[in-house]
Write a protein of this length. Structure first.
Length: 132
């Protein structure tokens, strides 16, 4: 289920936005994470990642994805990211990797996706660029 939701990001039209807990390979197998990054790089899909992690590093060997990935730090006093949220196309995907409560859900709704993207952009504008 969680792998499928992450795989569906390969269908993003040009970009996806994510409220991120930690790097992708912390939640799913590293080889699967690299495969996703390869596809995103081949398709030119940019990821816009918001994180509360000050020591963020992008651990990937996929150079095309490294060029397309943008990460910013948002102070948890402004917004505490408690579970992963992806926004792309007309989809909002919510994922919890907490071992006591693992779940994932995708909501396909244009209005919800646009609203969530606007909220993401408001937070993005208050965040600080991270170089990895």
């Amino acid at each position: 289920g969680l792998k499928q939701i992450n795989w569906n990001l390969t269908k993003a039209n040009g970009y996806f936005k994510v409220y991120e807990l930690t790097g992708l390979d912390k939640h799913i197998a590293p080889h699967f994470a690299e495969k996703l990054r390869e596809i995103w790089g081949e398709k030119g899909i940019t990821s816009y990642d918001l994180t509360n992690t000050t020591a963020y590093t992008l651990s990937t060997k996929v150079e095309s994805y490294r060029r397309l990935s943008q990460t910013r730090f948002i102070d948890p006093k402004i917004l505490t990211i408690q579970f992963e949220t992806y926004i792309y196309n007309n989809v909002v995907a919510l994922l919890s990797y907490d071992h006591s409560d693992i779940f994932g859900v995708e909501i396909y709704n244009e209005q919800l996706a646009r609203q969530q993207e606007q909220l993401f952009d408001l937070v993005w504008d208050q965040s600080i660029s991270v170089t990895s």
